[in-house]
Design a protein around this ligand. Structure first.
Ligand code: NAG
Ligand code: NAG
Ligand code: NAG
Ligand code: NAG
Ligand code: NAG
Length: 298
């Protein structure tokens, strides 16, 4: 058995996070769902009775989109901000309303976005990175710095944007759901955990590669080829986004209704409610510049 002393020595010798104190207890990130056990389980947007507890069910933002990017570069390569080789990147987890419309920046007391949409005051406080550190979640930070990569600005700016613009409109991340005993930014860290969990349901790069669809600057693909590859693994048609007038694949959105909470509940994959912006044939799925990528091991 590893004693306390030898653990400390190991950390010191390996040099890994040696300057970081190892606390004996860490604040928890989960909400208080005690009241939920007594309630009926229903999927968001499919409920046949009124969902009375907005902490137990996603009553606001119940059409949930897990969104990903295929970026070719970050613009901050010289600072080491690189894309994960063999993987798409995380965009976010978006709360559309059941009818496909959406709200944004629903709680300005949780506005951490340094570069928000017009009309919203930019945030100038400590980075959301420090929120995650306060919960000791170095694992989560490392994962986010690997797969949740910004373009033209630091990663944490992007994470802050996604929380403040979108997560504040999802009922199960409301501060009230963490009472009693809410710890500041518990909701933020809990959202980031949830985003990475749902992202891992959809390894887009691998699903496409398994059907022979690999990034190429020589061959194009059809929309049907790309759609069928993803449909065969998810049972649903995601939204596929293309730039360059529909010629260059760069986005995918997976649609869901959620039973229970967004944090821990079941995600049912659904067909997209948004038509693809890609043309039917001649779609490029470009190779990235090798110097914009790094090898990752997850
Ligand atoms: C959770 O909230 C309920 C009230 O709904 C309360 O009785 C219970 O003590 C809370 N649990 C914790 C762990 O705080
Ligand atoms: C489903 O739940 C929402 C949120 O509580 C409510 O507004 C809506 O009326 C419910 N739908 C039905 C058919 O009861
Ligand atoms: C998109 O199409 C429009 C009209 O055909 C054209 O003017 C524009 O240059 C095209 N843009 C790109 C990026 O190909
Ligand atoms: C989803 O889309 C596929 C392909 O267009 C279609 O065959 C299927 O019936 C759709 N599923 C539902 C539930 O609408
Ligand atoms: C492939 O083409 C894209 C888009 O023009 C470019 O950004 C990228 O550097 C190219 N990749 C390679 C490996 O040539």
């Amino acid at each position: 058995m590893l004693s306390i002393v030898s653990l400390a020595v190991l950390l010191a010798v390996s040099g890994v996070q040696a300057s970081i104190p190892v606390p004996w207890t860490l604040p928890t990130t989960y909400p208080n769902l005690t009241a939920c056990a007594a309630l009926p389980a229903q999927y968001s947007c499919e409920n046949t009775t009124v969902l009375t507890n907005s902490c137990c069910n996603v009553v606001k933002g119940g059409l949930v989109l897990q969104t990903q990017f295929w970026d070719l570069y970050t613009g901050l390569e010289n600072e080491g901000q690189l894309l994960p080789k063999g993987s798409w990147g995380i965009h976010g987890l978006w709360p559309d309303n059941c009818d496909g419309s959406y709200d944004q920046y629903c709680d300005l007391t949780r506005q951490y976005d340094p570069d928000p949409s017009s009309g919203i005051t930019p945030y100038k406080g400590p980075s959301v990175r420090t929120f995650i550190e306060a919960f000791g979640r170095w694992d989560l930070l490392e994962y986010m710095d690997t797969f949740w990569i910004n373009q033209g600005a630091p990663n944490a700016d992007f994470w802050a944007h996604e929380f403040s613009k979108h997560a504040t409109c999802t009922s199960t991340f409301d501060v009230a759901c963490y009472e009693p005993g809410y710890k500041e930014h518990q909701d933020v860290v809990n959202f980031y955990e949830t985003v990475t969990k749902v992202f891992q349901m959809y390894p887009t790069y691998n699903m496409l590669a398994a059907s022979g669809i690999l990034p190429s600057n020589k061959t194009t693909y059809t929309l049907a080829q790309i759609t069928n590859a993803l449909y065969s693994q998810t049972g649903a048609v995601p939204y596929l986004g293309c730039s360059g007038n529909g010629t260059a694949l760069d986005e995918v959105w997976y649609f869901h209704h959620v039973l229970g909470t967004e944090q821990y509940g079941h995600f049912k994959t659904l067909n997209s409610t948004t038509p693809s912006s890609c043309q039917a044939t001649g779609i490029w799925y470009y190779e990235r510049t090798p110097t914009s990528e790094r090898l990752v091991t997850y």
